[in-house]
Design a protein around this ligand. Structure first.
Ligand code: CS2
Length: 495
């Protein structure tokens, strides 16, 4: 099959938007670690906007830290891929040209280090998922017993982790008399910049205290809030796009395509230690990111996780299908009511309007965002999405019914079977540890106590809270005996 590439770009149908700049003249000002679909539909698009506006310093050298899959999709396409924006009724196709090259780190560690240390590189962005930072989800401390991190603590000759790559490359920059790069974490973690900085400084200090001091002094780790819903691409999506891109009945295949919604937002802390692009619409550079980050994590991601576990348990495949149930909508609205009182939203954020827009985004029927995709890595997500909100509500003497139903659904998901009796793999770096902690618990109460004692996820303030415990027992008992649909109906009835 003919592939999308520099050679076929001009042949695409006229309504496909494509780069307006000369790709050969672009410099790689950005190195990105973790080139998944989210990066391709978010930061890469916003850098593509900058390139389209004529500033050619901001091309991207991207890296996969583990698998060669994305390089195999993108290299034959010269880094080109299509972003499909689906608004629920129509679809717009745009080819993004910002990614110049994909490096598979385990195969070419030197090439990645050279890119990171290059004088052309000014910004390093990361989407390595919550678990990539090697920090304890509950406390934020470095997980020294992690095998990859342990290797990086011994030697940075061929780094294994993202913090390891950053430290090794910063050492090269220091030795060459260059400034550090601005490191921008784009993962859904509270204070993501500070967490990344902590991980990098802790690792650097173990190897070379002077390097750590230099990074602390000269470097910049901006906090960010990133927002765009990017469901995993399916083979059907690729097949449909091949026909859409085809010329005179001959399909053109794009194996690196991404599908997403119209909404896009990137709030970046105004903390750079070198050049930065003049970003276009969709990017806000601001002094304080935390209020944005907290609102997004607790409203969007908190409800997303609740919808994901309840929906997946009920055997419902997609987010918009869960929200077709009136009791699920009510659950989400109540979860938002609960979360909202814990926020200090920035003045520019109209929370009521944000909630309305969010529900419409979740309702988008053409995104087909799978509940099981969002259910992944729950141990890394729950602390900032639901547990911190619960702790704040309890401290204020407020109720937590919707939030704790969400947590109970996560606990139920750990059993590896949905309400229809279908088995699933719990896709989570702590799946084994959670299963071991639940293994000897034979009653609902014992299971809740076991989870409350699981301190990698549950913070101390919640571990001993009687109201939280009672609420989890209430919901877990219903989930285990009657399933998620009845739990949602009961929730509706109790309101
Ligand atoms: C989702 C997020 O998979 C998940 O956990 O909640 O990826 C979500 O779609 C994005 O954060 C939206 O900005």
């Amino acid at each position: 099959m003919i592939r999308l590439s520099s050679a076929t770009l001009d042949a695409l149908p006229a309504d496909v938007i494509r780069p307006t700049y000369d790709r050969a003249a672009v410099k790689a000002g950005v190195v990105h670690l973790g080139i998944g679909a989210f990066h391709r539909a978010h930061q890469a698009v916003l850098f593509d906007d900058v390139l389209n506006a004529g500033d050619l310093r901001w091309g991207i050298v991207a890296a996969s830290l583990r698998s060669p899959a994305v390089r195999e999709q993108m290299a034959p396409q010269h880094g080109l891929y299509t972003m499909l924006v689906r608004d629920g009724s129509s679809e717009q196709a745009r080819v993004i040209g910002a990614v110049q090259r994909v490096i598979v780190a385990p195969e070419e560690p030197r090439a990645l280090l050279a890119a990171l240390a290059s004088p052309e590189t000014h910004i390093v962005t990361l989407t390595i998922t919550e678990k990539g930072y090697k920090l304890d989800p509950a406390t934020g401390a470095l997980i020294e017993e992690d095998a990859q991190l342990a290797a990086d603590l011994v030697s940075l000759e061929s780094p294994q982790t993202a913090p390891g790559y950053l430290v090794a490359a910063l050492a090269m920059r220091k030795a060459a008399g260059r400034l550090p790069f601005t490191a921008i974490s784009c993962d859904n973690l509270p204070h993501n910049g500070t967490r990344l900085r902590n991980a990098v400084l802790a690792l650097a200090r173990r190897h070379d205290p002077a390097l750590a001091d230099w990074i602390a002094e000269e470097g910049a780790f901006s906090e960010t809030m990133v927002d765009r819903i990017v469901p995993a691409t399916t083979e059907e999506d690729i097949a449909a796009l091949s026909t859409r891109l085809g010329v005179r009945g001959v399909p053109i295949e794009d194996r690196a395509m991404v599908k997403t919604e119209p909404f896009i937002q990137w709030v970046i802390e105004d903390r750079f230690c070198g050049p930065r692009p003049d970003f276009a619409a969709g990017v806000q550079v601001t002094a304080a990111v935390a209020p944005w980050e907290e609102a997004k994590l607790r409203l969007l991601n908190g409800s997303h996780s609740g919808i994901a576990y309840l929906g997946a348990l009920a055997g419902i495949e997609h987010v918009h299908e869960v929200l077709a149930l009136p009791e699920a909508r009510m659950f989400v609205e109540t979860l938002w009511d609960e979360a909202q009182t814990t926020l200090s939203p920035p003045p520019e954020l109209d929370v009521a309007a944000y909630r309305k827009e969010l529900m419409a985004r979740f309702d988008n029927p053409t995104l087909r965002h799978r509940t099981r995709q969002i259910a992944m890595d729950g141990s890394q997500k729950l602390p900032q999405r639901l547990l911190a909100t619960i702790a704040a509500r309890l401290a204020a003497g407020q109720g937590i019914e919707a939030l704790s139903l969400g947590v109970a659904a996560w606990v139920r998901w750990q059993a590896g079977q949905d309400d229809l009796g279908e088995s699933h793999k719990v896709d989570d770096p702590l799946a084994g540890a959670i299963a071991a902690c639940l293994a000897d618990a034979s009653t609902v109460g014992e299971r809740v106590d076991a989870i409350l004692g699981f301190d990698a996820v549950v913070p101390p303030a919640l571990a001993t809270n009687g109201d939280f415990r009672a609420s989890l027992i209430h919901w877990l008992a219903i989930l285990e005996t009657q399933g998620a649909r009845v739990a949602l109906a009961t929730f509706h009835g109790e309101k």
